[in-house]
Design a protein around this ligand. Structure first.
Ligand SMILES: [Cu+2]
Length: 148
């Protein structure tokens, strides 16, 4: 009986993996993060989310197991310095609209990483949407120049 429950849990996790990057209402692409250099123990992840559903949605929160803290951040120039801060309340994603998390703009911030990120690594991040619920995505780590 115990074995059966474990097997069912496994199967349900495979089912959610099959949905990677694509819940019916969302099209997720260009998912990547920059490798970390030296002793840097924080990293940003980027992606493009298109709402192809019939309803407005909202990216409520993000989480990952590779960092102690994972937050939605916004970078912006202030007094000629690049500053970043957590975004309160998440990000709206109206139907037919595209949300781009990209360098010098919105990003997923991971702080106090459990280990450095090396080019070629892949790690999961969970996005939580108001309508679409939890969506697991797999982030590809690229070089410091943003190239594969
Ligand atoms: Cu940040």
């Amino acid at each position: 009986m115990k074995f059966l429950i474990t097997l069912m849990m496994l199967m349900s996790s495979f089912a959610s993996m099959a949905h990677d990057g694509h819940k019916d209402s969302l099209e997720i692409s260009n998912v990547w993060a920059r490798e970390t250099l030296g002793r840097t123990m924080s990293a940003a992840a980027y992606l493009t989310i298109k709402n192809i559903g019939h309803h407005d949605d909202h990216l409520v929160s993000v989480s990952s197991k590779i960092a102690a803290v994972t937050e939605i951040h916004l970078s912006k120039m202030e007094n000629n310095m690049m500053m970043m801060a957590p975004v309160d309340g998440g990000l709206p994603l109206p139907k037919k609209k595209i949300l781009r998390l990209k360098p010098q703009s919105y990003h997923i911030m991971m702080m106090r990483l459990t280990k450095p990120l090396a080019k070629g690594d892949v790690f999961p991040v969970t996005l939580t949407f108001k309508k679409a619920g939890d969506v697991e995505i797999f982030v590809e780590v690229r070089g410091i120049d943003g190239k594969k």
